[in-house]
Design a protein around this ligand. Structure first.
Ligand SMILES: Cc1cc2nc3c(=O)[nH]c(=O)nc-3n(C[C@H](O)[C@H](O)[C@H](O)COP(=O)(O)O)c2cc1C
Length: 209
């Protein structure tokens, strides 16, 4: 099969979004936790969290347009300037998936989707208690993507919480031990298997291929 940009445009909406969401390959599956000014907690699944730089430790995620639908995660981040990013873990894929349903602003997905909250002193936003790898984030800035009215939300890691056993002496994170999962498209979840780790690639240290 070969599709031109016109063919893609002419696909049905659902087929197009499944296809185009799927072709980037495995994406990280994360739950973003926030709290409103009034104290209502919120947690929603996002597959667009990405590394932006390590020093300072910056992560971004892409937020869908806010015109057609209310986005509580976005409103809460603007109100409190804090949020958490929590890896989806194997036993919680279904609960994590259903956090994407359109709940009322007054309802907490934590309660309705069976996920436990966790708070740490001095930080407002809720963590997902049973997620192995989680980060408390401070909101930094928004970059507008004009072509489709999406936004890149940039934040800096303030707290990084993970069990000792998932990182090695050099700081490599083992996602298999953490039981983190990947997501394909918008509704398929994959277990992760560690295949190999290689040293920093140098031209004068090429293996004999
Ligand atoms: C697997 C999956 C990945 C998603 N990734 C994103 C994403 O990267 N950005 C986004 O804006 N919405 C994403 N969504 C949709 C949000 O989860 C959904 O809009 C949710 O209702 C937002 O909740 P909120 O209104 O409480 O912020 C994703 C949904 C699913 C099922």
């Amino acid at each position: 099969m070969r599709l031109s940009s016109n063919d893609i445009k002419n696909l049905s909406k659902v087929k197009r979004l499944n296809l185009i969401n799927g072709v980037t390959g495995i994406k990280s599956a994360n739950l973003i936790g926030t709290v409103s000014r009034d104290g209502v907690t919120n947690v929603s699944i996002f597959s667009s969290v990405t590394h932006l730089g390590s020093d300072p430790a910056l992560l971004g995620f892409v937020l869908r347009p806010t015109k057609e639908a209310r986005r509580d995660t976005y409103t809460n981040i603007l109100e409190t300037e804090e949020y958490t990013i929590n890896h989806v873990f194997r036993s919680a894929t279904q609960r994590a998936h259903y956090t994407s349903a359109k709940f009322a602003a007054s309802e907490s997905e934590f309660e309705l989707c069976g996920l436990k909250e966790q708070f740490i002193p001095g930080f407002k936003a809720p963590f997902v208690r049973d997620s192995k790898i989680k980060m408390g984030m401070r909101f930094i800035e928004i970059l507008d993507i004009k072509r489709n009215s999406t936004r890149l939300i940039v934040g800096e890691i303030q707290h990084l919480i993970l069990p000792d056993k998932v990182i090695d002496a050099g700081g490599l994170v083992n996602l298999e031990i953490a039981e983190s999962v990947g997501v394909g498209g918008l509704n398929s979840y994959y277990a992760l298997e560690h295949l190999a780790s290689y040293p920093y690639a140098k031209t004068d240290e090429l293996p004999n291929f």
